[in-house]
Design a protein around this ligand. Structure first.
Ligand SMILES: [Zn+2]
Length: 359
């Protein structure tokens, strides 16, 4: 391949995956490498090394772990779809989605389609992030379908991809194409996991079993003793509904910081309900847990959950990090990372929708 180009939504390339051979020696080398890299990353979290500074003295392991990743579960990475601009002048929607196709090198995606009669096959070639091709007048934006489904949920709150205004989305993404024509100019975060982000069949059971069996997640919430202190922060004057509303706009880290900085917020956060809502606000990507919650009447979750502890546990378990090896969690960690990319696109998309509505 001359060069790779990357999914606009997850930032992972459409080719060039390498899975390690499952020999004892290579697995041992991988274990040592991950341990060393993990220690180095932890030690340098406040003072990141220059790129590859730590890797120069060793042969780095850049392949995927064969115990976690197989060709069957990375095949999704090779299936490319794209969002482009139609040549047809009289169509209602100017943007179109094509695929599945495959990456055909030099930044192009090829999509084979059958004619309506089914007798002939057509091959369209689209130029990604570039300047257009014979088959589309502008550049196309490439992505994986599951990444587009996650984007749909972030932008519309629904799972129906037909709810996305593709004209607006095309404008947003096209404006964000990076200088090298390989991805969007957004922060993708490190792609530690190649696991499919939405096909996570064991996650719901994993959460349910953990919550049921881990007694630490079900100890009663701690009562706060004021010991003569009196809350003075402005949050103490706000109705609870207003506080919940404010918190719904904050990331989990900021909510935790706020409950530590403000005694009023600290008091509010002693209620189990506060953390139950925080999981809902801060983890919209954790659909398996929300499905379990929705099915509570079927006793899918115990009644005595300590939601603060559960929030912290879920936050830690699903955080994308180097060396993750729990197959129940790598997919959702990938989804969580992708969701953060989608959240960068959402304000531009919503602004685009407003502008269309005002025309
Ligand atoms: Zn993707």
């Amino acid at each position: 391949m001359a060069y790779d180009c990357y999914c606009a939504i997850c930032g992972v390339g459409f080719c060039g995956m390498h899975i390690e051979t499952p020999s004892e020696a290579s697995l041992e080398r991988r274990r040592r490498w991950i341990e060393k890299r993990y220690r180095a990353m932890k030690a340098s979290s406040n003072n990141p090394p220059l790129p590859h500074e730590n890797e120069a003295r060793d042969d780095p392991v850049r392949s995927y772990d064969p115990r976690i990743v197989g060709w069957d579960n990375v095949s999704w990475l090779y299936k490319a779809y794209c969002l482009g601009l139609s040549d047809q002048p009289d169509t209602k929607s100017k943007a179109f989605i094509s695929g599945p196709g495959y990456y055909a090198d030099i930044g192009e995606i090829a999509v084979k389609t059958e004619s309506e009669s089914g007798h002939t096959q057509q091959r369209n070639v689209f130029a990604c992030y570039g300047s257009g091709s014979d088959d589309a007048r502008g550049p196309v934006i490439p992505f994986h379908w599951c990444c587009y489904e996650i984007l749909t949920r972030t932008l519309t709150g629904s799972t129906d991809t037909n709810n996305v205004n593709t004209d607006v989305l095309y404008t947003v993404m096209n404006d964000l194409c990076n200088m090298s024509g390989s991805a969007l100019d957004v922060t993708y975060g490190p792609d530690y996991c190649a696991t499919h982000p939405t096909n996570t069949p064991t996650l719901e059971k994993f959460i349910q079993t953990s919550v049921t069996e881990d007694k630490d997640l079900r100890v009663p919430p701690t009562k706060i003793h004021l010991n003569g202190r009196s809350p003075t922060s402005p949050f103490g004057n706000l109705p609870l509904e207003m506080i919940y509303r404010i918190c719904s706009f904050l990331p989990g880290e900021s909510i935790k910081a706020l409950t530590e900085a403000s005694l009023s917020m600290h008091l509010v956060s002693q209620h189990n309900y506060f953390w139950e809502k925080t999981i809902q606000w801060d983890m919209p990507w954790l659909s398996e847990f929300h499905a379990l919650k929705a099915g509570k009447e079927k006793s899918s979750l115990p009644d005595d959950i300590n939601y603060k502890r559960l929030y912290l546990w879920l936050d830690n378990m699903t955080a994308p990090r180097y060396g993750m090896d729990n197959p129940s969690l790598t997919g959702v960690a990938n989804r969580r990372r992708i969701w953060k990319v989608c959240e960068q696109l959402a304000p531009r998309y919503l602004k685009g929708l407003e502008e269309v509505a005002q025309k």
